[in-house]
Design a protein around this ligand. Structure first.
Ligand SMILES: Cc1ncc(COP(=O)(O)O)c(C=O)c1O
Length: 372
């Protein structure tokens, strides 16, 4: 199987453990089991009982308490339409492997997580790219989308809130995308790994709430600060889930039984975790915004959600050159826009500890003085 090199993951792997100021992290400040217990503020039997659980395979499609917790994140979703997976990365892979066959057309809204185009391409699909533009505030152009559709369009891949731009697809635009997909009988794979992380209050519908051929992928990693569980889910129409379940038998059997217990407890108390995490992303976005306003070399489209933003710069260097220099000389890690084919820009992740964010941005400012 031929598949392109996964740009972002290689970059993260190269520098993540070597940097001094990590401004590339995409999870909301990760927590430990002790912090989870403290946050939920009660003696949680399930967490206390972890060490006595027999380490069998567990419930194959996913622990029921965990899947009920996942169902609670949607308006109307039965547990039998949910499979647990190894992170959203496993869910995206499973969904695309289930849906895409050679010759199928897949529309990927880019920039995005590379899985959304490199996997369909490697499966023999023909990928068409709908590019988000800075001048449109990174909102998908539905007229261009409609022009790309054909009877061969099998899936439209979206990611909202978007990595790297942090933009949310507005509800009206999402409704139009659903209409277009429906007219051609296409599926929508919506990577919702940052869903709930909104700058404004209010429920943001999932594709599952809107479309019978919608597939939602999500995980415990970003929104719930537990990437180390390596636990996520795929939710979708029953027939797609049945097909995916067979494929999943071939490469997973089940997720980690302890991970699913912890995930189930966390989702039972989702409101407490979300309160913490929305506090972090909202406070930190203001810190980032002040930084951008004070930096003559930097500008951006202020994110509406998620944990990342694309910072555009005005120096005459490629983003890989700039990020490498910054990392090698000052230990400051961001992700080059080149990893997303986005030109003179860098992705920042801003959802970790506020004092570390201030410190990292301070160092970044010092570094940028070289170019005044
Ligand atoms: C858009 C998007 N989807 C999926 C993933 C995979 O996340 P995980 O497997 O940790 O849930 C990431 C991680 O960065 C991401 O940004």
């Amino acid at each position: 199987m031929k598949i392109d090199k996964f740009g972002v993951e290689y970059w993260m792997d190269l520098y993540e453990t070597k940097c001094r100021y990590n401004l590339a992290e995409t999870c909301v400040d990760s927590i430990s089991i002790d912090q989870l217990s403290e946050l939920i503020g009660e003696e949680e039997e399930a967490l206390g009982g972890l060490s006595s659980i027999r380490l069998g395979y567990g419930e194959i499609p996913g622990n029921l308490a965990f899947r009920k917790g996942v169902a609670g994140l949607y308006r109307n979703l039965d547990v039998d339409r949910i499979l647990s997976t190894n992170g959203a990365i496993g869910a995206n892979f499973l969904a695309l492997f289930t849906l895409v066959e050679p010759g199928d057309e897949v529309i990927a809204v880019v920039p995005t997580y590379q899985q959304h185009y490199s996997i369909p391409e490697s499966l023999g699909g023909r990928v068409k790219y709908l590019r988000l533009k800075k001048e449109d505030d990174f909102i998908p152009d539905v007229v261009a989308l409609e022009a790309m559709m054909s009877d061969k369009t099998r899936v439209i891949c979206l990611n909202s809130p978007n990595n790297p731009t942090g933009q949310l697809i507005p509800e009206g635009v999402m409704a139009r995308i659903v209409e277009i997909a429906r007219a051609y009988g296409a599926y929508i794979l919506s990577d919702e790994v940052y869903r709930h992380l909104n700058q404004k209050e209010g429920y943001v519908p999932s594709v599952i709430d809107l479309y019978d051929k919608g597939i939602s992928t999500g995980s415990m990693s970003k929104v719930f600060s537990m990437a180390g569980l390596r636990l996520g889910w795929m939710a979708g129409p029953l027939d797609v889930i049945a097909k995916a379940y067979n494929i999943r038998h071939y490469n997973m059997i089940s997720c980690g039984i302890l991970d699913e217990v912890i995930g189930g407890v966390a989702l039972k108390h989702k409101d407490l975790i979300l309160k913490r995490n929305l506090g972090i992303i909202r406070e930190n976005l203001e810190i980032l915004d002040d930084f951008v306003k004070g930096e003559p070399h930097i500008d951006y489209v202020k994110p509406q959600g998620g944990t990342t933003a694309l910072l555009y710069y005005d120096m005459a260097m490629t983003s890989t050159e700039l990020c490498t220099l910054m990392m090698e000389e000052e230990g400051i890690m961001l992700v080059p826009g080149d990893c997303f084919d986005m030109g003179p820009s860098m992705r920042i992740g801003y959802a970790f500890n506020p004092s570390e964010l201030r410190e990292g941005l301070g160092k970044l400012s010092e570094f940028l003085r070289r170019f005044d």
